[in-house]
Design a protein around this ligand. Structure first.
Ligand SMILES: Nc1ncnc2c1ncn2[C@@H]1O[C@H](COP(=O)(O)OP(=O)(O)O)[C@@H](O)[C@H]1O
Ligand SMILES: O=C(O)[C@@H](O)C(=O)COP(=O)(O)O
Length: 417
């Protein structure tokens, strides 16, 4: 294994795995830290953790264990993947994990680059944009667990890290990889170890990738991984992605736990002409709906059913005030994990999930250990196959995909491209 990646959630990890597979690397996404060695021939391993919203010390502990495993597989460069909308609080978990990885790797520098132009995320003057709006006006300011109220990534990561924060601004990035490499060196030598790098276009990310050749630690969204495969693979060594992919046209279901704007639009679109059951926080907290009932609804539905808790920010806020933020998140995730188990026991072999925490809960609930990367459904979302068993999956980031994502994902997972 050459490139060792640690993802702070499961949708984000599949996004990164997709990017590296498209770059020609042989990639496996591991769900949690594997108990044995990787199989031969894996060039990039993505260890997915559910560490984005847990306590910072726990996130650090898990990330260091993942690093140990990846180092033991022979990796020479490490990638810490977080959200392209920098989902985190003032306390973490991005900064504390970066600090711990820098220390363990014995290096004084890493880059921080959440930009992902293919999905509208760009970083300019240290500020993160989603399409034409600042992060803090993009809807992410209402995120249920990590409200992003400040678009200045230098300031936000500055709250979280013990290190000084540096910056490589867009004009330097436009000058290409040599200029970027020199600027990173200057920042690190001035004691600014956590270096935010602007990027607006894919071309910038390729240059940043080249400049990152000798960095031990790269951090960011999947966009900055665009340029990394070329550092590892010579001419003719790129593997065609998805050449072993087989779809599965078996019984299917969709679980949506994300409250993001895009997922809510996807839910509304799909529910117009398909069976759909809303799982409200009140009903779950009061035990008025059970995973058995939700799974039965889906298994008996006339058509492929959608089970969703996705709700608007006022509804989510009211539930959090009533029951507590962590309590309601834990109960909803537990509900969906158990529902997914019942669905697969009932014969479902094709599953689409929306939301990072939700997807993590489902994948952990199903006890899946490794995921093969299949064709891309939408930017940042690949089709996945659980190694050696059912189901085929799509783990959709809350924000990703078009309004008709669910129908498209079911088609591609079903082998119809
Ligand atoms: N109806 C609801 N009421 C309260 N909280 C909700 C509701 N639906 C979803 N949530 C919260 O939103 C979180 C969404 O997180 P996640 O699945 O990671 O989505 P995203 O990918 O958009 O971040 C859930 O963990 C849960 O805490
Ligand atoms: O980088 C991204 O935007 C995604 O890969 C990601 O991390 C998804 O997180 P969620 O939006 O919480 O699913």
């Amino acid at each position: 294994m050459k490139l060792g990646c640690i993802g702070d959630d499961f949708t984000g990890s599949s996004d990164l795995a997709n990017m590296l597979a498209k770059g020609g690397m042989r990639v496996v996404q591991y769900t949690g830290i594997p108990s044995g060695p990787a199989e031969d021939g894996v060039e990039a391993g993505v260890v997915s953790l559910k560490s984005r919203t847990i306590a910072p010390d726990k996130a650090v502990e898990l990330s260091l264990k993942a690093l140990d495993w990846l180092e033991a597989q022979g990796c020479t460069q490490f990638f810490f993947k977080y959200c392209s909308t920098f989902d985190s609080t003032k306390e973490g978990n991005i900064g504390p994990v970066i600090d711990a990885l820098l220390e363990r790797l014995g290096t004084d520098r890493c880059i921080v680059c959440p930009a992902f132009p293919a999905t509208g995320r760009s970083l300019y003057q240290g500020h993160l944009f989603v399409n034409d709006t600042l992060l803090s006006q993009s809807g992410m300011e209402d995120h249920p667990l990590t409200p992003m109220t400040d678009p200045d990534i230098r300031r936000w990561v500055g709250y979280q890290t013990q290190h000084e924060v540096g910056h490589v601004a867009a004009p330097t990035v436009f000058d290409g990889s040599d200029a970027i490499e020199a600027a990173i060196r200057t920042e690190a030598e001035a004691g600014r170890s956590v270096i935010v790098v602007d990027a607006i276009r894919d071309a910038d990310l390729h240059e940043i990738g080249r400049a990152a050749l000798d960095l031990k630690l790269v951090t960011g969204g999947s966009g900055v991984a665009l340029g990394l495969p070329a550092n590892f693979l010579g001419e003719g060594e790129r593997k065609a992605p998805a050449d072993t992919w087989r779809g599965d046209d078996g019984p299917a279901a969709i679980i949506a736990g994300s409250a993001s704007r895009m997922t809510r639009a996807q839910v509304a679109r799909y529910a117009q002409d398909h069976p759909a059951m809303e799982i409200t926080a009140d009903a779950v907290m009061a035990g008025e709906v059970t995973p058995e009932e939700a799974a039965r609804f889906a298994l008996e539905a006339d058509g492929i059913a959608l089970l969703y808790s996705s709700a608007d920010p006022d509804t989510v806020r009211a539930a959090q005030e009533r029951y507590g933020r962590e309590e309601v998140a834990g109960r909803l995730e537990g509900f969906f994990a158990e529902t997914a188990r019942k669905l697969t026991e009932g014969g479902v072999t094709r599953l689409v999930t929306a939301g990072g925490e939700t997807s993590g809960a489902v994948v952990e609930g199903l006890g899946l250990t490794a995921l093969e990367i299949g064709p891309e459904i939408a930017p940042g979302v690949p089709a996945l196959r659980a190694e050696g068993r059912d189901p085929v999956l799509a783990l959709k980031s809350g924000n990703f995909g078009d309004e008709d994502f669910f129908a498209k994902a079911l088609d591609i997972l079903g082998g119809r491209t």
